[in-house]
Design a protein around this ligand. Structure first.
Ligand code: NDP
Ligand code: HEM
Length: 485
């Protein structure tokens, strides 16, 4: 060979016989089964796809770091949140309802999934660009997602089905309001906030407990498309957000977010005016002002999409000492769901892949299984007298809290101001500008005007929005031509 290029090999490292020609009986003859290289190429190609994520299939991401600039040791002992800590991270953004090839710029919540490679193992914060969610019990998740995905009969997305679910479940109103504002069509991933959404528990070194919510405020400023701009961009470039992030990082424009937390003393929860664990509610800033604790930066693009982004496996159950779950029923459901999804989608040893494996030694007693890369050796059981690893329960001793009650299937008990429409109404009346309100109404009208949405459904849509705010419902009625308006 004239240049320094390496010789092609088979996947077993054997020099390949040809890059171009199969082994045949004469130039025109049939092919031979003994051409194991041809067979390897074809068989391997047939297995290139793993199942896509059942939700959040289309996305992209980048690597970076978080640095903590303020002292919050009075709230948590988690090492990654100590002042001066700098932790490597991966952030994957996504849309929710579409498939792998879906356009980036459609109206949908955006996933905001963080994996921190901490010195205590991986901490995953799997949030969205919204502080709340559509439902408050995990038993409704598959129903909700089915209403967002394609119909069984004609394989089409169906807005009638979406409004049917939303109007039957009024706890959706807060998230649907946020979704229907222009924040439902972000200009880019760089120009939107992220939220941990759930309430989590923080524990300090003295064993004191707090409830916490995470906010990641974009330093690039919020920027959204209008409905019309989003439609235009979708026609121009279906991968606009993947491209934007990749190009910005390549150009040295490293996007960053300010990390804030709202902290609630443990004892406040029972008497707080809203159920602080209800994922359809925020904690108003006036009650618990966000505290800035640091920032994170994305500064490195993946160099291989499949192994670093498609096979990335985020799991809300990955928490480190100093951080623990709250009783939020949605969070509790998610603790199970994600590792189960990964074992199916990627395989039981997904945590051994480079993007998922922690950057600290693993001393677990699990072993074997499909595609196992390495075992930890003997002893393979605990307890043992062979010097195997030993757990340190003291790291977790203060996470406990007292719970009593009958076994029931019931909604959360209501706190003083809990209702499904109050917080979206506050958003509409107190936060949105006149332009935001006008766009909200026209975005709803556009969404509910699709041909499959029936007249009966349009009337229910109007009712739903009148419950949020009478003028909004009236604007929607006018736009949809309901009640003769
Ligand atoms: P505040 O006036 O203190 O805060 C309102 C917050 O709303 C802002 O800080 C901003 O949060 C967010 N916001 C601003 N403009 C828009 C917009 N166009 N679309 C969506 N969100 C916007 O009021 P409260 O804390 O009492 O909350 C009032 C309502 O604001 C809530 O019911 C909720 O709907 C919404 N909201 C509240 C958040 C919270 O954590 N308290 C977070 C986001 C929205 P940010 O900078 O995080 O975007
Ligand atoms: C992805 C389940 C609620 C954010 C997923 C996946 C599942 C799932 C199975 C695919 C995982 C994979 O294959 O890698 C659930 C269930 C929920 C729930 C059962 C409720 C009970 C939420 C909420 C949020 C959220 C409330 C945000 C606050 C995400 C994100 C991803 C995701 C960002 C993509 C993660 C990535 O980038 O790989 N969810 N989800 N989900 N979910 Fe949820």
């Amino acid at each position: 060979m004239t240049d320094q290029r390496p010789i092609t090999t088979t996947d077993a490292g054997i020099p390949a016989p040809s890059d171009h020609d199969s082994l045949s009986v004469g130039p025109n003859g049939p092919l031979l089964l003994q051409d194991h290289y041809l067979i390897q190429k074809m068989a391997q190609f047939n297995r290139e796809r793993v199942p896509e994520r059942v939700v959040h299939a289309k996305g992209g991401g980048a690597f970076g770091f978080m640095e903590i600039t303020e002292d919050v040791s009075q709230f948590t002992k988690a090492k990654l949140f100590q002042k001066g800590a700098r932790t490597d991270l991966l952030l994957r953004f996504s849309t929710v309802a579409g498939e792998l090839g879906f356009p980036d710029t459609v109206r949908d919540p955006r996933g905001f999934a963080l994996k921190f490679y901490t010195e205590d193992g991986n901490y995953d914060l799997v949030g969205n660009n919204t502080p709340v969610f559509f439902i408050r019990d995990p038993s409704k998740f598959s129903d909700f997602i089915h209403s967002q995905k394609r119909r069984s009969d004609n394989h089409l997305h169906d807005h009638n089905m979406q409004w049917d679910f939303w109007t039957l479940r009024p706890e959706s109103a807060h998230q649907v309001t946020l979704l229907m504002t222009d924040r439902g069509t972000p200009y880019s991933w760089r120009h939107m906030n992220g939220y941990g959404s759930h309430t989590f528990m923080w524990i300090n070194a003295a064993g004191e407990k707090f409830w916490v919510k995470y906010h990641f405020k974009t330093d690039q400023g919020i920027k959204n498309f209008t409905d019309a701009e989003a439609a235009e961009q979708t026609a121009l470039d279906r991968d606009y957000h993947v491209r934007d992030l990749s190009q910005a990082i390549n150009a040295g424009e490293h996007p960053s977010w300010t990390v804030q937390v709202q902290v609630m003393p443990f004892e406040d929860a029972a008497g707080y005016r809203f159920n602080p664990f209800d994922l359809t509610k925020v904690w108003p800033h006036a009650d618990y002002p966000p505290i800035t604790i640091g920032r994170f930066v994305l500064n490195r693009n993946p160099d291989d999409y499949f192994t670093q982004i498609e096979q990335a496996a985020f799991e809300p159950a990955n928490m480190v000492p100093g951080i623990a779950p709250s009783p939020d029923k949605m969070l509790q459901g998610r603790l199970f769901s994600y590792p189960d999804a990964h074992r199916y989608r990627i395989g039981p040893n997904y945590l051994q892949l480079p993007v998922n494996r922690p950057k600290v030694p693993v001393h677990s007693y699990s072993k074997d299984g499909a595609m196992r890369y390495e075992n930890h050796g003997d002893p393979v059981y605990a307890p043992n007298t062979a010097g195997g690893p030993q757990a340190d329960p003291s790291l977790y001793e203060h996470e406990s809290y007292s719970v009593t009650g009958e076994l029931v299937r019931a909604a959360y008990t209501l706190h003083a101001e809990d209702d499904d429409y109050g917080q979206p109404r506050a958003l509409y009346e107190n936060v949105l500008s006149d332009t935001d309100r006008a766009n909200l109404a026209s975005n709803i009208v556009g969404h509910a005007s699709r041909p499959e949405v029936t007249a009966e459904m349009k009337a229910r849509v109007v009712e739903y929005w009148r419950n949020v705010a009478k003028p909004l419902g009236d604007d929607v009625a006018k736009g949809l031509g309901v009640n003769g308006r």
